[in-house]
Design a protein around this ligand. Structure first.
Ligand code: AMP
Length: 403
């Protein structure tokens, strides 16, 4: 597989799939340009080598029709500022304007295509195969090289994220720096972890994490379960959980996971104690009690001190750590201790040489809240694509390039 850092783009036109699906305010001003910033190193590499860049993305959900509200022109200005060069805006995606501008693109120039999702053929749903192929071919024909740098959409088998790769030979397609980084770091956890490997799974619901838990059971030495999920497990094992979060449809599956962990020799750690509250509020009355002895009407909103001590010990002895989801309702200060303790233990282990990867919306929010983002090894911000990767699924956008 070709690697972007060792590829020379001189004299080449590269078509680069990025994720510029950024938020706007009512005046159509970008309110968070993180995703544009994230793509700059890849685009710059192409330009600095003496190549030209045709940049393409989706924006919002125009659902296959041209809708000026979702025009990429609202992104072009900011992209130009960040690159320090003028960005040519194509008036269409694969129409006459894009084709003409692509043909005339000189070394060092950047063109931004219109919103890919102005064409139903991008997402392919309900389209004839021949129409999808014509769209993919038209995109590919504009360039010599294909670069995918949109990890956030790598779990979609769309025209620009996956199908287009087939139009380029293996020496002319590659990941951009962003995907390369994500895949390299995720594989340090999933494919070649230093042992012991500990996964910390938290968050509200078992249902949204169950596939990841099942996949991780086959890989980890320690599996820590935190957050609201705990109580489905505790109830499944016969505990009283009061009014705590629980998914009754998942009780059997929780029992199965406990059994499977035993069979696989995984050290499964479910909270032994918790901070229970008489209402879902930061000024609720609270008490520390066993996770299976919560009073009627009370709810567990954080893990307790005994559990925190266990978490710390296990994390401290780990060489590779994956953290996805908070241990409690960390948004409320009185229920943030468990999540903060996990963060601190991870920072400590990382400073002693462990590799730590934090991913998934709420754990990233927690890492930012506790100001430890620069003290963990890697933070993945990819959302759905990350979760599918952790579930053990093959992402179409990754497979299309890596094979
Ligand atoms: P998720 O999106 O599934 O990762 O869930 C994250 C959310 O779970 C956060 O907003 C937390 O406040 C919430 N959460 C964590 N622990 C609990 C708990 N014990 N009870 C209710 N919600 C919780």
């Amino acid at each position: 597989m070709v690697k972007i850092d060792s590829f020379n783009f001189a004299g080449k036109k590269a078509i680069i799939r990025v994720d510029f699906n950024v938020p706007f305010n009512d005046q159509k001003e970008i309110t968070d340009d993180t995703r544009i910033r994230a793509a700059i190193p890849t685009i710059k590499k192409v330009l600095d080598d003496g190549g030209s860049a045709i940049v393409m993305s989706h924006l919002g959900r125009p659902k296959g029709t041209v809708n000026p509200e979702f025009s990429m022109k609202y992104v072009a200005g900011r992209l130009g500022e960040l690159l320090g060069t003028k960005v040519l805006m194509a008036e269409d995606v694969v129409g006459a304007d894009a084709k003409a501008k692509a043909a005339a693109l000189a070394a060092g120039q950047v063109m931004l295509l219109e919103n890919l999702r102005f064409h139903a053929e991008e997402e392919t749903k309900g389209c004839e195969a021949a129409d999808v192929d014509a769209f993919v071919s038209a995109l590919a024909a504009m360039a010599d090289v294909y670069v995918n740098d949109a990890f956030g959409t790598a779990h979609r088998a769309h025209s620009s994220t996956a199908l287009i790769a087939d139009k380029f030979d293996s020496n002319s397609k590659m990941f951009g720096f962003l995907i390369d980084d994500e895949v390299t770091n995720l594989d340090k956890v999933l494919k070649s972890p230093q042992k012991p490997l500990t996964a910390i799974m938290g968050g509200a619901k078992v249902s949204t994490k169950i596939t990841i838990i099942e996949n991780m059971l086959g890989k980890v030495d320690n599996l820590i379960i935190g957050g609201g999920m705990i109580f489905t497990f505790v109830k499944a094992m016969g505990g009283n959980i009061g009014a705590s979060l629980c998914e009754d449809d998942y009780l059997d599956l929780a029992k199965k996971i406990v059994e499977e962990a035993k069979v696989k020799g995984v050290n499964l750690i479910i909270a032994s104690d918790c901070v229970a509250a008489d209402k879902f509020s930061n000024d609720a009355n609270t008490e520390v009690c066993a996770a299976g002895s919560i009073k009627d009407g009370w709810m567990g909103l954080d893990v307790g001190p005994e559990t925190i001590a266990t978490f710390k010990e296990v994390i401290g002895n780990s060489k590779t750590i994956l953290w996805n989801g908070p241990a409690g309702v960390f948004e409320m200060d009185n229920f943030a201790a468990g999540t903060k303790a996990i963060g601190d233990a991870i920072v400590d282990a990382t400073s002693k040489g462990a590799f730590s990867l934090v991913g998934g919306g709420d754990s990233v929010a927690a890492v930012n809240k506790f100001e430890i983002a620069d003290k963990v090894s890697y933070i993945s911000t990819a959302g759905g694509a990350l979760l599918e990767y952790l579930e053990g699924k093959e992402l179409p956008g990754i497979k299309a390039i890596r094979g």
